[in-house]
Structure formats: structure tokens, C-alpha cells
Design a protein around this ligand. Sequence first.
Ligand code: HEC
Length: 402
Amino acid sequence: MTAGMHDLRKPLESTGKTLSTVVSAIALLCTLVLSVQAFASPRDEARRIHDRLAGVPPSAATLDQMEGLVRNGDAIGAAYIAMENRAFYDVTLKNWAAPWTNREEDVFVPLNDYIATVIGMVRDDVPFNQLLSADIIYVGRDGLQGVPAFSMTSNAHYEALENRNINLMENLVQRPQSAMTDLPPEATAGVMTTRAAAEAFFIAGTNRAMLRFTLMAHMCRDLEQVADTSLSPDWIRQDVSRSPGGDSRLFLNNCVSCHTGMDPLAGAYAYYDWDESARRIVYSPGQVRSKYFNNADTFPQGFVTTDASWANYWREGQNALLGWDPGRPGQGYGAKSMGEELANSEAFAQCQVEKVFQTVCLRPPSDAADRQQVSSMVTSFRGGNYRMRQVFAEAAAYCRAD
Ligand code: HEC
């Protein structure tokens, strides 16, 4: 053997040694992890279910009760017990919904009417596919010490509920939105017409933001993911240039991809606005807000909004995959029916389930087993009257040994 060959083999040998050491270390780790999993007792699993849902440890009595259920193969029943802890509502659900209510998707925002309405709908098993259409709002019950009355022009009611550490599980009450506000019943569209949503998404702009952020929060898609250049551009408003920078190809290859689908849906919001000086939502039936005519001279032959009609162009083409309800016409008038259109799609149900999975399992669904679980949860959610607590329970039961 020459010195040269020896020199070559030496590093190979040591690499081999290092490798085998690493491999056996990994194997040891795996065995440890596996054995921890295999030996996760029903009590450990019960504790984990409680932890994931409420974020706080259970009392001994609660843990005993949950452990008994887990032993009997009823981890879902155990999860329902964990959801009787106020922290599930005050903390877990608050943090779940908070990012949907502002443009920064910030979780650290004060309680508001959007978040409270989500919390209440989950608590009361209100079918969650009504989220974007119902005449519903949750407020603190009357007579809570130091809590100012609900107001259309301020968030103080909700901030006081939070700052005074009011137990939301016990003190939120459901009201018709049209009774608490001056919106007529037909103008209410679930969380889209809450004060918090209006302040965040009807402010300034062209009301397209309300659609974009609703899609992000409740269809789990930003516009890039629904972009389609193959649809008719006939509903694109006048403010979108047909030859940006003098190049009509840019319009055809880029601008249309979002605006063909977005502009006809955002027509549903034609009568809504946010009044920054009055600090409240505005609804002007029959009167299209002036923001719909911003920069109308950019392309005068573009679509002119004359009322609150909307149409869902995404029922055709690649976005048919979002699973629109074949029992609906795909067009209508006003935010309520448009909200129903979105919330009765498969994508909406899938999105809610995936968000719950992420919150409860502390990771997105990743492997084949996770995807199978998500799909069975979507089926159970849609077939079981859209009860959101059931989704939380099923996720917590699934991840209890993680
Ligand atoms: C990825 C999707 C997407 C593409 C592509 C796109 N837009 Fe938009 N556009 C939006 C959204 C979303 C809004 C609403 C923004 C908001 O109010 O927050 C918007 C708003 C607008 C507005 C209203 C003014 C404003 O800024 O709010 C104009 C004008 C406009 N787009 C023109 C164009 C033009 C011209 C193109 C092509 C060069 C284009 N858009 C490409 C999504 C898109």
C-alpha cells in the first residue's frame, strides 16, 4: 500500500466512524422517543389534551376524570372536559382569532367584537359556516362591574372585559348584530360587519382589502394562490390600468390574475365604509361608496359599480377546486350572501380544520396520517353542523401522544 493510498483511506475511515457513531446515537434517540411515546400513560395523554386546549394544567380532579375517559377510549370526551376551562375561551380561542382581525395578523391585540363573536360561536356550537353571514354578535352580559356598554364607536366594552379579566366562557351573550348596531338585519354579515373588521379592512382603500383578508383568514389563501389569468376581465374596475407602464401584456399576465376574481366579489361591499372621524362602520344602502370610483379616469371603459351585486368567477377554472357549493347560484347581492358563498366551500371548512390542527398540535399537518386525519375532521365538521368545538376535540385527541 502506498503512502498516497493510505492518506486517502485515513479520512474515509474516520468519516465512517463518525457516521456510525452518529447513526447509533440517532438510533438510541429514536428508541428513547419511541419508548416515551409507547409509555405515554392515559394520564399523560389526558394532561396533554388539557394543556393543548386550555394552556394551563388541570386540577387533580379534572385530570382524574379525563384520565378515566382516555382509558375508556373516549379521548374526545376528555377534550370536552378540558374545554370547560375558561382559559380555552379567554386565551386559546382569543389567540386563535386575534390575527384574523388586523392587517398585521398580530395576535397581541385587545379583545374586540370580531374575536368575541368567534369565541361565543365556538362556545355555543353555532354552525361555523355562518361566520361570514349571520346577524350575530357577542357582548358581555349586562351589569358587569366597570364594563361600559357596547358602542358602535368604540372598542372600550371589549377592552374592559379583557382588562377586568371577565370570564368570557360565562359572561359572553349572543345578540342580533342588528339589535346592537344600526345596521339593518340584511346588512349584517357575521364577523365581516363587526366594528373591528370594518376598522381594519374597510378603512380607506377600495374595499378589496376586506375580501383579501377574509380569504387569508378563512380560506387560508392569499390572492397569489387563487390567481388565474384565464377568466373574463369584464368586472375589473376603472382604477386598474389596462396597460400599466404602457404595457398591456402586464395587465393580461399579471393584473387580471387577481382582479378578475377579486373585483366581482368585492362588489358585495359597495355600501360599506369605515368612518375614521366617527370611528364606526358606515352602511349606505343604494349608495355606492365613493372609493369605488377612485381613479375612474385610469380606464373609463372599466367596470362601473352601480349596486352591491357580486359574482364568483372562481367557480370556473382552476379555483373550482375550492369546492363551491353546487346548490348556490354563485352570484348575489350584498355581503351576507357573498359570505355564505365563501363559508360553504370546501376550502373554508378545510381552512378552519387546518387552523385548529396547527393550534392544538403545535405544528401544521405534515405526513400522510395527518392529512388523512384532517380530511376526516373536515368531513365530520361539514356533516356535523359545523361545530367548531368538535374540531378542537378531535384534534386534541389525535395529537394527545405527540
Ligand atoms: C396578487 C394579486 C394582485 C395582482 C397581481 C394585482 N393586484 Fe391590484 N390589488 C390587489 C389587492 C389585494 C388590492 C387591494 C389592496 C388593499 O386595499 O389593501 C389591489 C388594489 C389595486 C388598486 C386600487 C388601489 C390600491 O392600491 O388599493 C389598483 C389601482 C390596482 N390594484 C391595480 C393593479 C394593477 C395595475 C395590477 C397589475 C400591474 C395589479 N393591480 C395587480 C391584488 C392584486
